[in-house]
Design a binder for this molecule. Structure first.
Ligand code: FES
Ligand code: FE
Length: 325
């Protein structure tokens, strides 16, 4: 299915550290098999269709030689732009125009490789806290889940599940009331504010109380939240979901806190991993796995106003991939 909005967006695909100089990785985005590779010169990085244009075998079966990718079948070498630069069987032969691999835009941000299958009019979502030394940062993911990425983002925006799915951590079932909160939609996405949720330990002091949140849906598959704690301390989470297929996704969570510098990174990541994995059972049990954009398809409660705004916004954007119209 073609979906211009998602084709023209950036999607995280692999951790930068997992693509070492002179190596390649197989990947998949919106049902397209990809090969990511890095030259021996680390600045050379490419995201290509995983198909040699000569006889259509997987290029990920080949290897990186200096700053080219060499196909395993007949040894044709392709430069970082995807042009064939060597044909071992015919050293003096000028490669034909078709001897060019389909390549995609790629960039590295926040420790991750982002790829776009189209022409993104916007940059990767800004996350200024990531490079701010007053924040301690961490990355959790990627976590695989068998559901539409849109379901995963909607779940992130859904505060009413916190007391049940994340009981004892982000809420308690006997404190499940969700007060009205504000939602506004603009050309920049959705903004939720004045969200108050009772939590057993909202600020890490061991005292139960009300946590105060703001949420943003910035792109169809990118959302973030800001949680205030005490004395100007706050935490920002950036959540991106990669659509591998219409019913399969990877989720990534970047965290930044201007406090808790003493907590080991492994501990922060383990906590975040645990919370994300608690969501998987419900996400994978959705039937249908795609997100219905017809508002009559499921019923809604006042606490679902974020989901409603999200579905309406996706419909307005003309989003199709992973959705049911
Ligand atoms: Fe790749 Fe022939 S199929 S070199
Ligand atoms: Fe959750």
């Amino acid at each position: 299915m073609t979906d211009r909005v998602l084709l023209d967006d950036w999607h995280p695909l692999a951790r930068s550290q997992d693509l070492k100089p002179g190596t390649l990785l197989r990947s998949r985005l919106m049902d397209t098999d990809l090969v990511l590779w890095r030259g021996e010169n680390t600045a050379v990085i490419a995201a290509w269709e995983d198909r040699c244009p000569h006889r259509s075998v997987r290029l990920s079966g080949g290897k990186v030689v200096e700053n080219t990718l060499v196909c395993s079948y007949h040894g044709l070498a392709y430069d970082p732009q995807g042009h064939c630069v060597n044909i071992p069987a015919h050293p003096n032969y000028v490669p034909p125009k078709q001897a060019c691999v389909k390549s995609f835009k790629v960039q590295e941000r926040y420790g991750v490789i982002f790829v776009s299958l189209g022409n993104p009019p916007q940059d990767v979502t800004p996350f200024p806290e990531w490079d701010d030394p007053t924040f301690r940062t961490y990355l959790s993911g990627a976590h695989f889940c068998r559901c539409s990425g849109l379901r995963a983002i909607e779940n992130f925006l859904d505060v009413a599940h916190l007391p049940f799915v994340h009981a004892g951590i982000l809420g308690e079932p006997d404190q499940a009331v969700i007060e009205d909160y504000e939602v506004s939609t603009s050309e920049n996405g959705i903004y939720l504010h004045d969200i108050r949720v009772w939590q057993p330990d909202p600020d890490g002091t061991g005292q139960a109380g009300i946590a105060s949140y703001e949420y943003w849906a910035l792109r169809p598959l990118t959302a973030s939240l800001r949680k205030e704690t005490v004395d100007g301390n706050y935490m920002v989470l950036l959540y991106c979901v990669t659509p591998i297929g219409e019913e399969e996704c990877l989720s990534w969570m970047w965290g930044a806190l201007n406090y808790a510098h003493d907590i080991p990174e492994a501990e922060m990541v383990a906590f975040q991993d645990k919370v994300i994995l608690q969501d998987v059972a419900n996400l994978e049990s959705h039937n249908p796995k795609r997100l219905p954009l017809d508002l009559q398809a499921e019923f809604h409660l006042p606490s679902d106003r974020a989901s409603l705004a999200y579905r309406q916004w996706l419909k307005q954007l003309g989003l199709k991939y992973g959705a049911i119209e």
